[in-house]
Design a protein around this ligand. Structure first.
Ligand code: GBH
Length: 461
């Protein structure tokens, strides 16, 4: 409603970014073009059954060849920020060694196009597409990969930092480490639990190394940070096993990243939990100082929250190997097409919690959005009332967090357009713009027009 929108934008600070996000492998296609080599996702997509419908990112949204039109789309939506990621195997095909000028040139053109259209470019250096050659050398569980990342970061930084002010080192290291190396749900599809924890530490080290090198190399003040996928872990009850299960989920999902980044140490309870499993993070002298290099902005990606119990269905609190039980229970909320529950209050609790536990850390919502089963009309238009309602409730949750004292400087919707949704392929659509994959036609959905209008109301309030 009009008054609802007015109330919403009134609850946001005067200076507030409005934007959209994407990532390289999910939209670019052109995987063999201009010297790009395979990443772990090109390889993983060839594993039969790994991806729904055996989809791949070979073509995706063909953004590599349609970039100027896609930038024009962002401009038409009146959004001021575009967060995109750089594909490491385009810029440095072997994961080490010299820069590939032809690959880097794409991002050079993209940044120039954005600036021409008055859109602020926000670069994410790593959104999951590790060069395959580095995975063949061991991937993120190997310490050397952190140093390789910092070198790669500097190649991009040297090329773009004259025009790009805002930098994210990593997108969602939890996903890279746990989905990639523990659960085998993302590339490279490994299920090696201690190795996954080494990946956690080496990703954080990679972030810290890159952050301090970029800072040292920059003659002017830039905003540098990291983006985490975080959520609120609610205990199912006040009973100790439930409280403990929620604490452990929060420890492994949120505090294992934020504590070293902000406070320079891993959380003691997480370290103790890992010791029970005879697992240790491979911390070397000086690592934690590197990881705690000051950041200017924390990127928060939020989709949903969960409730945790420490009781198995039969009531026991330990599994067959004697480890504490942890499982999720439904919050009994409506769900998106991903089967994720819609929990906007979990967003408020998350943002307020971070602002209290880690004071002085400005945040930007670098991703928030939802997949629904879109039904286009004959013109390709989608009247996505469900996705629009998701945006309303989650933006209201952000405004409420700000009201409760959280320092939140912007909101980037996931995603500019429908794209390759990782293990779900093209079956799941998160875009505010519909993509017809037969014709590559883009059609803004109702939710895009809604965000356009909201950003405009905010500008004019
Ligand atoms: C983001 O990941 C990605 O950055 C983006 O590329 C992606 O397209 C978008 O979200 C939509 O998925 O059930 O154990 O996996 C979000 C990944 C998904 C991580 C939900 C946490 C819940 C725990 N998040 N997941 S699990």
């Amino acid at each position: 409603s009009v008054s609802g929108d007015a109330d919403l934008v009134a609850g946001l600070p005067a200076r507030f970014r409005w934007g959209v996000a994407t990532s390289a492998y999910q939209i670019e296609g052109a995987v063999n073009v201009d010297g790009r080599t395979p990443s772990i996702w090109d390889t993983y997509c060839r594993v039969p059954g790994a991806i729904d419908n055996d989809d791949t990112g070979d073509i995706a949204c063909d953004h590599y060849h349609r970039m100027p039109a896609d930038v024009a789309l962002i401009k038409d939506l009146g959004l001021d920020t575009y967060r995109f990621s750089v594909a490491w195997p385009r810029v440095q095909p072997r994961g080490k060694g010299p820069v590939n000028r032809a690959g880097l040139a794409f991002y050079d053109r993209l940044v120039d196009e954005l600036l021409t259209q008055g859109i602020d470019p926000w670069v994410t250096l790593y959104h999951w597409d590790l060069p395959q050659e580095l995975e063949d050398a061991g991937g993120w569980p190997v310490r050397d990969t952190a140093y390789r990342f910092a070198d790669y970061a500097m190649l991009v930084f040297e090329a773009l930092s004259d025009r790009v002010n805002t930098w994210t080192t990593l997108n969602e290291p939890w996903c890279s480490a746990m989905l990639g190396y523990a659960y085998g749900a993302h590339a490279p599809g490994r299920r090696e639990y201690p190795a996954a924890l080494a990946a956690v530490h080496h990703l954080l080290l990679a972030h810290g190394l890159a952050t301090s090198r970029m800072r040292e190399a920059s003659p002017r003040k830039l905003d540098i940070g990291i983006t985490l996928n975080v959520a609120t872990a609610y205990p199912a009850s006040d009973a100790q096993p439930d409280v403990d299960a929620a604490r452990r989920a929060d420890g492994m999902g949120r505090r294992i990243y934020l504590d070293p980044l902000v406070h320079g140490h891993y959380p003691a309870d997480v370290v103790a939990d890992l010791a029970v499993e005879s697992v240790e993070l491979p911390v070397e002298d000086g690592d934690l100082e590197i990881i705690a290099a000051p950041i200017d902005v924390l990127g928060v990606n939020y989709y949903f929250s969960q409730k945790f119990t420490g009781y198995a269905e039969d009531g026991s609190t330990a599994d067959s190997s004697g480890l504490p039980v942890s499982r999720t229970l439904p919050l009994n909320k409506p769900r998106t097409a991903m089967d994720w529950e819609i929990v906007p209050e979990g967003f408020t609790d998350l943002l307020v919690g971070i602002s209290r536990e880690y004071p002085g850390l400005p945040m930007v919502v670098t991703e928030n959005g939802s997949a629904f089963d879109d039904v286009p009309d004959s013109t390709g238009f989608v009247a996505d009332a469900d996705r629009t309602a998701y945006f309303t409730s989650h933006l209201s949750a952000v405004a409420e967090a700000i009201n409760q004292g959280a320092d939140i400087r912007g909101y980037l919707a996931w995603s500019l357009m429908d794209n390759f949704e990782w293990a779900y392929g093209y079956a799941k659509r998160f875009g505010i713009v519909r993509v017809d994959y037969e014709t590559q036609t883009r059609t803004p959905k109702q939710s895009a027009l809604y965000l356009k209008n909201l950003a405009e109301q905010h500008r004019n309030r």
